[in-house]
Design a protein around this ligand. Structure first.
Ligand code: ADP
Length: 669
C-alpha cells in the first residue's frame, strides 16, 4: 500500500460523512474456530465440519415515484474483457478508461472531501446537518434503549403485518413481548409493516421493519444499475451477477452485442431471461434466444424490464433445478450492520432440468424455481420433512452436497461475500432515500429490514445472485387442495421452522433494551481483503434472562464483522455522502444546479480550463440524459446515479496529470 494511499485512507476515515464506517482501527484479525452449534440449535449449514479450503472470491413506489433515472451505455469490466463470449470488443474499448476512472475517483474524492471538511463556510449548510443526521439516528436509538428499559415488555404494533402476521405472533409469544394487533395510540417500540416504510404514517419514534426506498431500490432495473456501477469499478468482485441490459433503453446495445457474439462464434447460442421491472413470483418472465424474440411493448407502452444472461448450467439435485432463499437482516444503515440467517429455504423445480432449447424454453416448471409457479404443477411435493419435497431447508441441501464431497464451507463463504457486496451496492442510494424521508433533525423512527436473497448455485458451485426481495414472503402456511376443488391454508412446517426463527431473532436483535453485542463490535476489524471467511457458529448474543429459554440466534453478523475484507468496496457510498451534503433542501433527493456549483466551488474543481459555464453545461447535459432514461421521474435535478457519473468525469479531468503509478496505487486498493 503506497504512502499516498495510506494518507488518502486516513482522510477518508476522517470524513465518514454519513456517519462512521463501522471499522474499528487497530483490531487484529480474529481467528474464529469452526465449530458446531449445540444440539438445540436449528440446523445450521455453517456448522458442518469439513476440511477448509480457500474461500470467497468473491416493490412498488410509494405515492410519489422515486425511481432513479438512469442512463448507462457502458458495459465494461475486467472480467468481461477476458470473457468475450457476450460483450466482445465493446467492452475492451472502454476498459482502460474505467480503470483510470477508478484511480481518479479515489484521489479526487479524498481531496474534495478534505476540503469540504475544512471548508464548512463554503457549503450550503447541509454539511452540518448530515452530522446531525448521524447523531440523531444514534441518539434516537439510545433514547429508545433508555425508554424501553423502563417499560418492559417490548411493545410491537402488528396492525400492518399482513402475511407475516402468523410468524410474527408466534415470535412475540416466544419472546413474551406485548403485541398490539390493532395498533396503539401511544408509541410502540417496534412497528412491523407488511409492505413498506409508509404502511403506518407519522411514526416519530421506535423502530420500523422497513427502510424508506428499499422497494424502489430493489426493483429489477434499479438493482441492475446499482450492481452495474459496482461491476464497472470492481469487475472481479461483482462477477456474481449475470450480465443484464435494461429495456427498452439498452435494446440497441443488447442486440448489437448478441449479434457480434453470434457472428464471432456460430456455436455460441446463449439464452436470455426477460423479467419485467417490479415483477415478482415469476410473473411475466420468459426465456429467449434472440433479441428479436423480445416482447418490447405492452399495448402502446414500452415495457420496462431487465434482460439477463440465463445461467444454463445450474447445480441440480435429483435432476431438478433449485434456488436458495436466504434471509438477510439489515440491522442498521449507519453504521452498516448486516446479519445472515444461518438457515434458509431451497425451492425446487418440478420438471427435470434440461439445458434450454427452442423446444423447452416455455417449460416454466423446468426453468423457473418460483414456489408460486411450481405449486401449481402436479409434481409439486408438500412435505413435512425438511429434506424432501419441493421446498427444503438450506441446511438439508448443504448436508446432502457435503455428503457428495462438495466443499460447502467454500460455498457458504462465497454466499456471505455475495450478500455483503450486494448490500454495499445498494446502500448509497438507500441513504439518499433515508435522509429524504427522515431528514436530520426531524423526529422519526430508526429502521431495519429483512431481505430475501434469491441465489442460484451454478454447476461449478459458484453462487449467482438472481434478485433481492424487499418483501420476502413470511407466510408459514400454504394453500392446499384438501378435497377436490376445496383449498385451505394448512401449516407448512418447513416455512415455520425457518421464518419464525428469522423474525424472532430479528426482534431479539432489535430489542430496544438489548445491549449492543460488544464482542461482535470489537471484532469489527474482521478479515483482510482476500482472506477466507471462516464458517463458524456465531457467538450467541443473549441476555442472561434469555439463556435457557430461547434457542441460540439463527442470525449471524457478517458486517461489521468482515469490514476489513469488504470496506474498500464502499466507494460509491462515499460519493453519495458528498451528494447528500450538497442536497439543497431537506427531503430532497436531487441536486439543483446551484448546489452542484457549490459542490464544484467547495471542492475547487473549476479552473481556467474548466469554467463555471462549463460546469453548468455539464450539469445540464448529464441531468438531461439521466432523466431521459427514466421517463417517470418526477423530480427535477440531478439524482445520485447522475452525480456519480459527473463525479467520475470531473475526477478524470482534475487528476489526469497524476503519474500513472500513483493512479495505480490508489486504484489497486
Ligand atoms: P421474480 O421476482 O419474478 O421471482 P426472479 O429474478 O427471481 O424473478 O426470477 C424468477 C426465477 O427465474 C428464479 O427463481 C430462477 O429460477 C429463474 N432465473 C432468474 N434469473 C435467472 C438467470 N439469470 N439464470 C437462470 N435462471 C434464472
Amino acid at each position: 500500500m503506497s504512502d499516498h494511499y495510506v494518507k488518502v485512507k486516513v482522510q477518508l476515515e476522517q470524513m465518514k460523512s454519513l456517519g462512521q464506517d463501522a471499522e474499528k482501527e487497530g483490531v487484529d484479525a480474529e481467528q474464529v474456530p469452526v465449530s458446531s452449534p449445540s444440539a438445540s440449535d436449528s440446523p445450521d449449514p455453517s456448522s458442518i465440519t469439513i476440511p477448509a479450503t480457500d474461500a470467497s472470491s468473491t416493490s412498488k413506489p410509494r405515492g410519489k415515484s422515486r425511481s432513479k433515472p438512469g442512463k448507462d451505455d457502458k458495459n465494461s469490466s475486467g472480467k468481461q474483457i477476458s470473457d468475450l463470449s457476450l460483450h466482445g470488443s465493446v467492452v475492451s474499448a472502454t476498459a482502460e478508461k474505467n480503470l483510470n476512472r477508478l484511480g481518479y475517483e479515489r484521489t479526487l474524492h479524498i481531496r474534495g472531501t478534505g476540503k469540504i471538511l475544512q471548508g464548512k463556510s463554503e457549503t450550503n449548510g447541509n454539511y452540518v446537518t448530515i452530522h446531525a443526521s448521524k447523531n440523531g439516528q444514534q441518539a434516537r436509538r439510545e433514547d429508545g434503549f433508555k425508554l424501553a428499559r423502563k417499560r418492559r415488555p417490548v411493545t410491537v404494533d402488528t396492525s400492518k403485518a399482513k402475511t407475516s402476521l402468523e410468524a410474527l405472533k408466534i415470535s412475540i409469544r416466544q419472546l413474551k413481548w406485548k403485541e398490539f394487533p390493532l395498533g396503539r395510540r401511544a408509541a410502540c417500540d417496534i412497528y412491523w409493516h407488511g409492505v413498506s416504510f409508509h404502511d403506518n404514517e407519522n411514526i416519530v419514534s421506535g423502530q420500523v421493519n422497513k427502510f424508506p426506498g428499499m422497494i424502489e431500490m430493489l426493483r429489477k432495473i434499479n438493482m441492475s444499475r446499482a450492481v452495474r456501477t459496482m461491476q464497472e469499478l470492481f469487475p472481479e468482485e461483482y462477477d456474481f451477477y449475470p450480465r443484464s441490459w435494461i429495456l427498452p433503453e439498452e435494446y440497441q446495445q443488447f442486440s448489437t452485442q448478441i449479434r457480434m457474439v453470434k457472428e464471432n462464434d456460430a456455436t455460441v447460442n446463449p439464452t436470455f431471461i426477460v423479467k419485467p421491472d417490479g415483477g415478482s413470483q415469476g410473473d411475466g418472465i420468459y426465456l429467449i434466444r434472440d433479441p428479436s424474440d423480445l416482447k418490447l411493448m405492452a399495448g402502446s407502452q414500452a415495457k420496462q424490464s431487465v434482460v439477463q444472461e440465463y445461467i444454463q448450467k445450474p447445480l441440480l439435485i435429483d435432476k431438478l433445478k433449485f434456488d436458495i432463499r436466504l434471509y438477510v437482516l439489515i440491522k442498521s444503515l449507519e453504521p452498516l450492520e448486516i446479519y445472515i440467517a444461518k438457515e434458509g429455504l431451497t425451492r425446487f423445480c418440478t420438471e427435470p432440468y434440461q439445458e434450454p432449447s427452442q423446444k423447452n424454453l416455455s417449460h416454466v416448471f423446468m426453468h423457473l424455481t418460483n414456489y408460486s409457479l411450481n405449486v401449481h404443477s402436479g409434481n409439486f411435493v408438500h412435505s413435512d420433512s425438511q429434506s424432501t419435497g419441493s421446498k427444503r431447508t438450506l441446511s438439508s441441501v448443504l448436508y446432502r452436497l457435503a455428503a457428495k464431497g462438495v466443499d460447502i464451507k467454500r460455498v457458504w463463504s462465497d454466499i456471505i461475500a455475495l450478500v455483503i457486496k450486494t448490500v454495499i451496492a445498494v446502500v448509497p442510494e438507500l441513504k439518499v432515500y433515508y435522509q429524504a424521508d427522515i431528514p436530520p433533525g426531524k423526529p422519526g423512527p430508526t429502521c431495519f429490514q429483512i431481505l430475501g436473497f434469491d441465489i442460484l448455485l451454478m454447476k461449478n458451485l459458484k453462487p449467482v445472485l438472481l434478485e433481492v426481495n424487499s418483501n420476502p414472503s413470511m407466510r408459514i402456511e400454504h394453500e392446499q387442495e384438501v378435497a377436490p376443488g376445496v383449498f385451505e391454508y394448512v401449516p407448512s412446517p418447513v416455512d415455520e421452522e425457518v421464518k419464525v426463527g428469522v423474525i424472532r431473532d430479528t426482534l431479539r436483535l432489535m430489542d430496544p433494551g438489548h445491549r449492543k453485542p460488544i464482542i461482535a463490535q470489537i471484532r469489527a476489524g474482521g478479515f483482510e481483503h482476500g482472506e477466507e471467511i471462516p464458517m463458524e457458529a456465531e457467538s450467541q448474543e443473549r441476555s442472561p434472562e434469555e439463556i435457557g429459554s430461547l434457542p441460540s440466534l439463527c442470525l449471524k453478523q457478517v458486517y461489521p464483522k468482515y469490514t476489513k475484507q469488504f470496506n474498500y468496496l464502499r466507494l460509491v457510498e462515499r460519493i453519495a455522502a458528498l451528494f447528500i451534503r450538497f442536497l439543497g433542501v431537506k427531503g430532497n433527493m436531487r441536486l439543483g444546479p446551484t448546489a452542484f456549483r457549490t459542490f464544484i466551488r467547495t471542492c475547487k474543481l473549476s479552473n481556467s480550463n474548466f469554467t463555471m459555464a462549463s460546469v453548468d453545461i455539464l450539469y445540464i447535459d448529464i441531468t438531461r440524459r439521466w432523466s431521459g432514461a427514466m421517463p417517470d421521474s418526477r423530480e427535477a435535478g440531478m439524482g445520485l446515479q447522475a452525480f456519480v457519473e459527473a463525479f467520475f468525469y470531473l475526477a478524470g479531468r482534475r487528476f489526469k496529470s497524476l503519474a500513472l503509478k500513483e493512479q495505480g496505487a490508489a486504484t489497486s486498493h
